[in-house]
Design a protein around this ligand. Structure first.
Ligand SMILES: CC(C)(COP(=O)(O)OP(=O)(O)OC[C@H]1O[C@@H](n2cnc3c(N)ncnc32)[C@H](O)[C@@H]1OP(=O)(O)O)[C@@H](O)C(=O)NCCC(=O)NCCS
Length: 284
């Protein structure tokens, strides 16, 4: 069952073999090479591509490779014999960092899974979790209780505030992951799920939740943004989104006086917003 080719060809081949790939040394070698490339940032689950309408290209084969790792992995015990103990797929242990990596991982319960890329200058405050296939670019802050889900793409100088939840999108493999572009502020207790794209320098106020099914109301441009069958929900560059609500105008909802959550773009980033967002650079 020997198979030669590029990393992509090998990954596709062993993925297509299904359960018969389990225990095969060549399949494992292809997976470990893929995992190493993801960790080095040389390969990404999704990458910018200006020629496409979304501006991002999903590398479905990289996501297949990640799934291959789950299939090939067997359960192993991890951690020291004295301290905390863990049991997980041996293909996805916690990454180990050294001073040379240039990433600060403050002690206290954070974990970055093997197969995640974390650039120099990133700060990870405890507890936080960065899952496989995630890409966290330079100068980004991952604050306490933040989740960077599988394959999520986080740009440069992004601030993921406390308890920000960036959902993972691993399957279906051709589905676009959540993408947070450069210099976005993701406020505390926010949730960004299901392939939502947040363009550069946008601000999500504390408590904003965005999914494929969430319409977003732009008061400035007089438009309503929604995901379509082809495109995810996209928050425009520089938009300031705050959690709002809209009343239900028919049926029982109206009778009962209910309203639904409705994120609202109240403005586009201006000097006042910059003042609200001054970061404590010295902490970095
Ligand atoms: C969005 C944010 C940055 C404010 O931006 P700003 O540019 O200073 O906003 P402004 O004060 O000019 O407000 C513009 C409008 O939005 C409203 N607004 C602002 N923030 C709001 C919020 N969080 N929720 C609801 N409405 C909000 C204001 O009342 C104002 O409306 P008005 O003109 O009708 O009065 C701020 O609210 C925020 O959420 N910061 C993030 C906080 C956070 O999570 N920090 C985590 C650090 S770990």
């Amino acid at each position: 069952m020997s198979f030669d080719g590029t990393l992509q060809e090998r990954v596709e081949h062993w993925f297509a073999q299904g359960a018969t790939a389990i225990g095969n040394g060549e399949a494992e070698a292809a997976f470990f090479e893929l995992r190493g490339a993801l960790e080095a940032g040389a390969l990404r689950a999704a990458e910018p591509d200006a020629s496409l309408p979304l501006g991002w290209r999903v590398n479905a084969w990289a996501k297949r490779g990640i799934l291959l790792g789950f299939r090939l992995g067997t359960m192993v015990e991890m951690g020291s014999t004295e301290g905390l103990s863990f049991v997980d797929k041996g293909t996805y242990p916690a990454r180990r960092f050294g001073v040379v990596d240039g990433v600060r991982v403050v002690p206290g319960g954070s974990s970055v899974r093997a197969g995640a890329y974390v650039s120099k200058g990133v700060v990870v405050m405890p507890p936080a979790y960065v899952n496989v296939g995630a890409y966290v670019d330079e100068g980004t802050m991952v604050d306490s209780h933040a989740l960077v889900g599988s394959c999520a793409q986080i740009g440069k100088k992004v601030h993921l505030s406390a308890a920000a939840q960036i959902g993972g999108v691993l399957e279906p493999v051709n589905a676009s992951p959540v993408i947070i572009e450069d210099e976005v502020l993701v406020g505390g207790n926010t949730g960004v799920y299901e392939g939502t794209v947040v363009r550069k320098r946008a601000v999500l106020a504390a408590g904003t939740v965005l999914t494929r099914g969430t319409p977003v109301y732009d008061l400035v441009r007089g438009e309503i943004y929604k995901a379509t069958a082809e495109m995810p929900l996209i928050i425009p560059e520089g938009a300031v989104v705050v959690p709002g609500s809209r009343s239900i105008s028919r049926g029982k909802g109206q009778e009962w006086g209910l309203s639904l959550a409705a994120p609202v773009i109240v403005k586009y980033r201006d000097e006042k917003t910059e003042l609200s967002l001054v970061l404590e650079d010295i902490l970095r």
